[in-house]
Ligand binder design. Structure first.
Ligand code: NAP
Length: 476
């Protein structure tokens, strides 16, 4: 397993020789170690990306697209190894890690296709001939979180490279090895030296150097709203183009026409993916009063049946929380909810897993939740389902919109007029109707308000890495 960083096509260590241990959150076993890069190495990565940019941007679209497709095929060939590494450093069940490899690959295939749709435009203006064309912004930076180590990277690398940008990626400290394995595959697929550079280590020296360098023209960040704000401030000096994919606090609305069995199936799939550590996981369940009790009973039964454990063990559906702070936050949210009058229907605390670290939380269903509770206001990022009843559509929509976040919302209903209304009135960037997985590579994905801005996926994802140029020629 490679553990070095990639700068200008070479595998390098930190100048200081410092390294960072990567531990398995399920067992605390050492998975590997990676370099801790500083400002000097970061500047060298920008040098390499800036130098590689003109030739990569000038490469025919077909050639760039072919490289992306080759990269995707190589990921498919290494699916098992990539998934095992992801499970080791992140903790998710192996089947979810395998599905993430497939999801990550799909961004390369979509970008390789969508890049062909970016044609020049010729708006009609009397007395002028106009050509509107697009060109790559230049050196782009990707900063990614630990919850989807490969997919979050792919969402940024695929569109950037497709349109001709060069890139520097900084993965999360907890999950850098998947990113290194990915970079190794990119090199094998023929991504030229300097086009993709990878830096690991503590964020501050890397991010500060990148933000200060005027050659960096784009930053795409996925992570917390708090760090997104910091980066936005830091990017102001060079008026950096930003895409910010930030925190979420998705509501799931279950209307009176929902079939309980399929509602629970959808709720389970959306909620417990990655142990609830997913930005679009439903964090607030709003259930019509007429079916509240039946839904809660079925959700609690299905939740209690989930098997927790080390992700490589057969039948495991729930892995560990990523670290001690994460499980303590989940516990604090449950404790706060109980103190304010919620009821535990199932779960409510830690779950002991044989031979594993004490970092597993029971799947938990809470009823009687109110807007003052932390679990109702903040992202819990764990396997907790806070539930409350609503009486009519107006109340459901008002409660759903009562959050500063606006990433995803879900609804379970078959009423066409209601579905149309939800699409218009729910203040989120993504709305899933009877759909636990509304994030696919071919469609735009992103938030509004404190969940950020910018879109990933499809042609929309490519636009984030392009600047528009208008050539206006006077006739005659
Ligand atoms: P985080 O603390 O914001 O970290 C995300 C990335 O930012 C990591 O690479 C981290 O590096 C880096 N970082 C931290 N402090 C930084 C700084 N001062 N300057 C520059 N970079 C910095 O978020 P997280 O806890 O890892 O991830 C969970 C959050 O991500 C949740 O809020 C979740 O909703 C959100 N998320 C959003 C989406 C979306 O598409 N909207 C998708 C997935 C996750 P280190 O690891 O080295 O600290």
């Amino acid at each position: 397993m490679r553990q070095a960083n990639l700068i200008d096509g070479k595998w390098v260590e930190a100048d200081s020789g410092r390294t960072l241990e990567v531990l398995d959150p399920a067992t605390d076993a050492r998975v590997g170690s990676v370099p801790v890069m500083g400002a000097a190495e970061t500047r060298r990565a920008v040098d390499a990306a800036a130098e590689a940019f003109p030739a990569w941007a000038a490469r025919p679209v077909e050639a760039r697209a072919a490289t992306l497709l080759d990269l995707s095929a190589r990921m498919a060939a290494k699916r098992a190894g990539l998934a095992a590494l992801m499970t080791a450093e992140q903790g998710k069940p192996l089947a979810e890690a395998e599905a993430e490899v497939d999801y990550a690959r799909s961004f390369f295939e979509v970008a390789a296709d969508a890049v062909h749709t970016l044609e020049d435009e010729h708006p009609e203006v009397p007395g002028k001939s106009i050509r509107v064309h697009r060109r790559p912004v230049g050196v782009a930076v990707a900063i990614t979180p630990w919850n989807f180590p490969l997919a979050m990277l792919a969402k940024k690398v695929a569109p950037a490279l497709a349109v001709g940008c060069t890139q520097i990626v900084k993965p999360a400290e907890q999950t850098p090895l998947s990113a290194i394995a990915f970079a190794e595959i990119a090199v094998e697929a023929g991504v030229p030296a300097g086009v993709l550079n990878l830096l690991t280590g503590a964020p501050a020296p890397i991010a500060e150097t990148l933000l200060e360098d005027p050659r960096v023209r784009k930053l795409s960040f996925t992570g917390s709203t708090e760090v997104g704000r910091l980066l936005m401030r830091g990017g102001a000096t060079n008026l950096l183009r930003l895409s910010l994919e930030l925190g979420g606090h998705a509501p799931m609305l279950i209307f009176e026409d929902a079939d309980i069995e399929s509602a629970v199936r959808i709720a389970m799939a959306a909620k417990y993916r990655n142990g609830g550590q997913t930005c679009i996981c439903p964090n607030r369940f709003l259930v019509h009063a007429s079916i509240h009790d039946a839904f809660v009973a079925a959700l609690a039964e299905a939740s209690a049946a989930l098997v927790s454990g080390i992700g490589t063990r057969p039948g495991v559906a729930l892995g560990p929380m990523i670290d001690d702070a994460a499980i303590e936050k989940v516990e604090a949210h449950v404790t706060d909810a109980l103190r304010r009058g919620a009821t535990v229907v199932t779960g409510g605390g830690r779950r002991k897993v044989e031979g594993a670290a004490d970092r597993f939380h029971e799947p938990t269903v809470l009823t009687g939740c109110t807007v003052e509770m932390k679990c109702w206001r903040e992202e819990t990022f764990g396997p907790v389902c806070p539930v409350r009843a609503f009486r009519d559509d107006d109340e459901a929509i008002a409660l759903a919109n009562d959050s500063e976040y606006g990433l995803a919302a879900y609804a379970i209903t078959s009423n066409p007029r209601r579905i149309e209304r939800l699409g218009l009135e729910l203040r989120t960037g993504v709305v899933g109707i009877n759909d636990p997985g509304p994030a696919v590579a071919a469609v735009p994905f992103g938030g509004v308000r404190h969940s950020g801005f910018g879109r990933e996926g499809g042609r929309w994802g490519l636009e984030e890495y392009l600047e528009i140029v208008t050539v206006s020629q006077a006739d005659g």
